[in-house]
Design a protein around this ligand. Structure first.
Ligand code: COA
Length: 250
């Protein structure tokens, strides 16, 4: 597993920690591959009862690496590692917990929609600026988010690009609990360990019943990815990526 994703075992919990703080944990192809491998490993391991995804203090994940977006725009497609990761999230059978401290942008937020329990810190901020980047929602978020919070609130997030603070995220069901930054990792670890300690088969069956038919979600992910790939090649998207890369530094 690459150094930008750390993998550890804590009892019956597999912990995957995003570890690219200098780039705000923006996800590269290798990081998606490492996350997918982690989820597959948990699925295959009877000892593992839950998987926990953590970021770094002050930043969960700044979304897809924008340099990679620019590369995909030249090559076409959205990149196999991304698609594989989204499919791995759908195929994941172990309860997935996340601990979010600081920003969760783009897929940093949409991956949470595939989690079963999310703990956020008081300084967590959630944003999906897809449309501002001339892109469209991904990771099945166009299906899951309106189901979770209703069309109009989801529209604020997915189309208007509004940032949700931790309180709003809690109120709209995006996260389960909000704690102080100091308590974040401990709370997330405790939640994952508590889930992992429950009767495994019953957890797996209950979870699968609640998730419903994965084919519907996979079809939406494919549809989003097709459109996303087209949008990546658009002139307005290229302009938005260039604006980010050449923005004045604070
Ligand atoms: N892709 C590539 N690099 C990224 C990145 C991304 N998604 N997000 C942050 N970085 C890089 C910056 O380019 C910068 O690199 P540098 O130090 O080599 O110049 C470094 O991470 C620090 O980012 P910076 O913007 O200076 O930090 P900040 O604390 O001021 O802001 C964010 C943090 C997350 C709010 C801001 O970086 C951001 O908006 N990132 C883009 C998020 C995004 O639009 N993602 C795609 C969603 S679809």
């Amino acid at each position: 597993m690459g150094e930008h994703v750390l993998k550890g075992r804590e009892g019956a919990v597999l912990v995957l920690t995003l570890n690219r703080a200098d780039k705000k944990n923006a996800l590269t192809g290798a990081m998606y591959d490492a996350l997918s491998a982690g989820l597959a490993e948990a699925n295959a391991d009877e000892e593992i009862g839950a998987t926990l995804i953590l970021g770094q203090p002050g930043i969960f994940c700044a979304g897809n690496d924008i340099m990679d977006f620019m590369a995909f725009a030249m090559k076409g497609g959205v990149g196999e590692p991304i698609i594989n990761f989204l499919k791995a999230l759908v195929a994941n059978r172990k309860p997935l917990v996340a601990g979010v401290d600081g920003g969760a942008v783009g897929i940093g937020t949409t991956m949470l929609l595939h989690c079963d329990y999310v703990v956020a810190s008081e300084r967590a901020v959630f944003a999906t600026p897809f449309v501002d980047l001339a892109l469209v929602p991904e990771a099945g978020s166009s299906l899951i988010l309106p189901e979770l919070m209703g069309h109009r609130v989801a529209f604020e997030m997915l189309v208007m690009g509004k940032r949700f603070d931790a309180a709003r995220a809690r109120e709209t069901g995006l996260v389960n609990a909000v704690v102080s930054p100091d308590a974040l990792e401990q709370e997330a670890r405790a939640a994952a360990a508590a889930i992992a300690a429950k009767p495994r088969e019953a957890v797996a069956i209950a979870r699968a019943l609640m998730k419903g038919d994965p084919a519907i979600l996979l079809a939406r992910i494919d549809e989003e990815a097709r459109t996303f790939a087209e949008r990546l090649r658009s002139a307005e998207a290229r302009k938005a990526f260039e604006a980010f890369m050449s923005r004045p530094k604070a």
